[in-house]
Design a protein around this ligand. Structure first.
Ligand code: FAD
Length: 291
């Protein structure tokens, strides 16, 4: 097995162009497990750890954050937890401290598992994935268009993930996950919620309950229209929101849970996260609700 070690982003793109079969490795928390268990035997590994550009994040001119694919979860929590609270909350549920020190959102995107915890918050926050190839340059792929099937994404063989882009939170953001135990667990199902009180908009992301992570579009539209943003949280709205989130899922029965349980749990997660978010909004007062 060849081991390619580019020292810059340009070198990494050139290496991927020359050897499209080379498997990128960032934290290695998915790749090394797959190699150890002989799930994969790549002809070459493309180690991205020396590419400094991938380990940086920045606040861009349009107000969005551009977060390098190689920023590990631990740094995301420490450095961006205030601006991307939904994603940081999801990051805190990933694996163990060791996995959070090595694992990255870029790797989560690269693996494109329907159970990846990074995906629901990215979907809910309207994130965009920046990918690049030496031949065709940069492509900006909205998260909604990135996931194509079970562990399949819109990434082409000669492309690498450079970063993801997301607006800093303008309101409450929450992530919640059901597992068969409290830590070191693959999600049975998960849900992310973003409220944008200034625009009266709602974002959602459903994980581990369909072939790909997906938004619950009907639930978003319903909530944005029916929520009394300045009044109390109506029980009927809360219940209907849960039903619509559960209805957006297309789960299967597997070792982690049944389809029926996943639908039930998603409705609970949707009601729970909306209640948390609503309480935050009320606590923040009228200024936060309009701003
Ligand atoms: C014990 C354990 C617990 C775990 N718990 C969780 C959990 O709770 N939640 C969860 O979501 N995941 C979990 N995982 C899975 C894994 O940690 C995550 O998916 C993590 O985000 C992978 O990031 P990484 O940087 O280690 O990726 P890597 O293993 O380096 O790569 C993963 C995939 O992405 C590709 N890739 C990496 N970087 C790029 C790039 N820049 N461009 C293109 N492709 C790229 C790789 O080729 C590979 O296909 C766990 C893994 C282990 C071993």
């Amino acid at each position: 097995m060849d081991f390619l070690r580019p020292r810059s982003w340009a070198e990494a793109l050139a290496a991927k162009a020359e050897r499209p079969e080379a498997l990128p490795v960032q934290g290695g928390t998915d790749v090394m497990v797959e190699i150890n268990f002989a799930v994969r035997r790549p002809e070459a590994l493309l180690d991205l750890n020396r590419v400094a550009e991938l380990a940086a994040w920045s606040a861009e001119e349009d107000g969005r954050l551009r977060v390098g694919a190689g920023v590990p979860y631990a740094r995301l929590i420490d450095e961006l937890g205030d601006r991307l609270p939904g994603l940081a909350q999801a990051a805190r549920t990933v694996g163990s401290p060791q996995i959070r020190n090595r694992g990255t959102v870029g790797g989560n995107l690269g693996a494109a598992s329907p159970a990846g915890d990074g995906h629901p918050p990215l979907l809910a926050a309207d994130a965009v994935v920046e990918v690049e190839s030496a031949a065709r340059g940069v492509r900006m792929i909205p998260a909604t268009e990135f996931y194509l099937g079970v562990k399949r994404s819109a990434l082409e063989p000669d492309e690498l993930i450079r970063a993801f882009w997301a607006h800093p939170a303008t309101g409450p953001q929450y992530f919640s996950k059901v597992g068969t135990r409290n830590a070191m667990v693959i999600a049975v199902c998960s849900f992310a919620l973003v409220l944008r009180p200034g625009e009266r908009r709602v974002g959602t992301g459903v994980g581990s309950a369909a072939p790909t992570p997906r938004r619950a579009a009907a639930a978003e539209e319903f909530l944005a229209a029916e929520l009394d943003w300045d009044g109390p949280l109506d029980e009927a709205v809360l219940v209907r929101f849960g039903e619509l989130v559960a209805g957006a899922a297309a789960p299967i029965d597997d070792v982690r849970g049944t389809a029926a349980y996943r639908r039930h749990a998603l409705a609970v997660l949707a009601r729970r996260t909306l209640t948390w978010a609503w309480n935050d909004l009320r606590a923040a007062g009228p200024e936060r609700r309009t701003g």
